[in-house]
Design a protein around this ligand. Structure first.
Ligand code: 5GP
Ligand code: MG
Length: 189
């Protein structure tokens, strides 16, 4: 059972669920008239695969007429636990022209992912680009890199669960947790 791999629960499913509901009401307000025109296009852009669980909970609480366009970025290939530089692997962005975009990711860490994706999205000439992450890591990153919405600030440690993986495992854990040291091999330390 994967529960035996858990070292510590950092954020429980109950706290996540309460916070996602708060974010959803804030986002609903910001993407509704008078803040955006009534006939606006709205597109939610989850960064696969990490944002899958968070985004699926979030969008079901947005009573807006919206589309979803996924894109895929690889920054922690395989069993790495530190960012190896973000690379766009796949994008499905037809139709984002003139749309108000909400880019959704699991976690803001070094900021490489946003630094790659925001200019790329801007190049499609959307109406606006806003960003939302569930977690924001407390660490140094360029001051200009921040998000419009975030769920929780967390310490600079490696976490999994609620969509976040280690070597593509553990995404199905319902809480945000840290793993026991013997589960995470120190390959890239
Ligand atoms: P950044 O590009 O900001 O350094 O990192 C963003 C991406 O790195 C996230 O979308 C996520 O995939 C991955 N990442 C960063 N920190 C963690 C972490 O603590 N755990 C996991 N599982 N992934 C992380
Ligand atoms: Mg990711």
């Amino acid at each position: 059972m994967i529960s035996s791999h858990i070292d510590r629960v950092l954020i429980s499913r109950e706290r996540i669920s309460r916070r996602v509901a708060e974010l959803a009401s804030q986002i609903t307000r910001d993407f509704s008239p008078p803040r955006v025109a009534a006939d606006s296009r709205i597109t939610i852009v989850p960064v696969m695969t990490g944002a899958m669980v968070f985004c699926s909970d979030l969008v079901r609480q947005l009573p807006l007429r919206l589309r979803i366009s996924t894109l895929r970025v690889s920054s922690y290939p395989g069993a790495a636990t530190s960012s190896q530089g973000a690379k766009l692997v796949e994008a499905q962005l037809e139709g984002i022209v003139d749309s108000h975009l909400l880019l959704v990711d699991d976690i803001l860490d070094s900021g490489n992912t946003l630094r790659l994706l925001i200019p790329m999205l801007q190049s499609y000439k959307p109406a606006s680009v806003r960003t939302c992450v569930l977690l924001r890591k407390k660490r140094e990153r360029p001051a200009e890199i921040d998000v419009d919405y975030y769920g929780f600030d967390i310490p600079d440690e490696f976490v999994v669960g609620y969509g976040l993986d280690y070597d593509d495992f553990y995404r199905n854990l319902p809480d945000i947790v840290s793993l026991k040291p013997d589960v995470v091999s120190p390959k890239d330390a």
